[in-house]
Design a protein around this ligand. Structure first.
Ligand SMILES: [Zn+2]
Length: 376
């Protein structure tokens, strides 16, 4: 199965139809920062002083997930937790034993510190059980969660700054923002609670990104309840072109291994068309063909497209991606001239020449170990 996920706001039926035509059968929404927290979409009976959910965002998520369902596309909601509590209520109103402190790698106060909800606290755990049950129940067209945190609005306590978490995080460094023990606790709590309400709810978690080396395997083996994992071949955030000398990172390989053992999908995410720091799609398709071919060789069967494709943004890349997802072994040199003929008619020769130049450009980029467009 080649399952593609994209994460662009899309509000028009026409665009959804195009997405479906391209063979994409899943969608992960990254609509707006605040929708990444459950508190924006459901109320908490445990912390009733929090601001009420936003009706506009509730309606938006319900409408998009319903449209997706109508067109046979599974809708995943992008989730970041534990949400920074000051964004949802007066910090003074939270019980003292609900709060912890994180030393963030970016953001926070002058010292990089921020208050967060302590996932080791029983009252916070009940808060998340309460909201997760409501979310799964009240958004029936949402297929699942796409869980990513330790960035943006979702932070765990730094162990040395929280007595409760310090007791749990016996293996992780005490002074880092990314202990795997409390991350495993959070993933298990959210996933298992979701399944209490809906057994087929799909909880998809990031395998690595903010965890490296042996911590990744400990995290994945200690967490329970997740239905699939997602990760990039280089164990990092994202990438748009795979160097020819590349080998999958150990973090990616171990995630594949754990997924194989648990008989669940490992979904490789990759930016075939756009990076967050590039304003337009790359205007040539060779990196798409090459990446899909390499991914097949690495045993990757599910793809998670990050940021694009936008069909009207770069129709060539979108069409090439569709064709090479179903057949990664075919030759770009054979396929692309035929595509150019269909797309450009008499001008196909001119376009073909420009593609030859861009093919050379792509090969040059791939020949270096770390290309300029990479995320690291
Ligand atoms: Zn804590």
């Amino acid at each position: 199965m080649w399952a593609s996920i994209v994460r662009r706001p899309f509000s028009r039926v026409r665009q959804k139809c195009k997405i479906k035509v391209l063979g994409i059968n899943q969608w992960a929404s990254f609509e707006e920062g605040t929708t990444c927290s459950l508190s924006t979409l459901v109320s908490s009976d445990i912390f009733p002083f929090q601001a009420p959910p936003r009706a506009d965002l509730q309606n938006k998520v319900r409408a998009i997930s319903a449209f997706c369902s109508k067109y046979g596309i599974d809708y995943y909601h992008f989730l970041q937790e534990p949400g920074i509590p000051r964004l949802f209520g007066d910090l003074e109103k939270y019980p003292a034993d609900a709060l912890g402190t994180v030393k963030r790698p970016h953001g926070g106060d002058m010292d990089g510190l921020d208050r967060t909800l302590c996932i080791s606290s029983p009252i916070v755990q009940e808060h998340y059980r309460n909201m997760t049950r409501k979310f799964v129940r009240e958004y029936p067209d949402v297929k699942g969660i796409w869980f990513y945190n330790l960035d943006g609005r979702g932070w765990l306590c730094t162990p040395e700054l929280c007595e409760r978490c310090k007791k749990i995080c016996a293996d992780s460094p005490a002074n880092k923002y990314n202990p795997w023990e409390t991350q495993a606790l959070l993933i298990s709590l959210l996933a298992e609670t979701a399944h209490e309400v809906r057994a087929d709810f799909d909880f998809r978690s990031f395998a690595a990104v903010h965890h490296k080396g042996g911590a990744v395997e400990k995290l994945l083996r200690s967490s329970s309840g997740y239905n699939s994992l997602t990760g990039n071949w280089n164990g990092s955030d994202h990438d748009i072109m795979v160097p020819d000398v590349a080998e999958p990172a150990p973090e990616f390989v171990v995630a594949q291994k754990v997924c194989a053992e648990r008989l669940i999908p490992m979904v490789a995410y990759f930016s075939f068309n756009n990076l967050e720091q590039v304003s337009r799609s790359l205007p040539f398709p060779f990196h798409v063909c090459d990446a899909l071919n390499k991914f097949k060789g690495w045993g990757i069967t599910c793809i998670n497209e990050v940021v694009g494709p936008i069909p009207e943004h770069n129709s060539i890349n979108a069409l090439v991606m569709r064709e090479f997802q179903s057949n990664p072994d075919q030759s770009p040199e054979v396929f692309l001239p035929a595509l150019a003929g269909r797309q450009f008619g008499e001008k196909a020769g001119v376009e073909g020449n420009s593609w030859i130049v861009s093919q050379h450009y792509t090969r040059c980029r791939r020949s270096v170990k770390v290309h300029q467009l990479g995320s690291e």
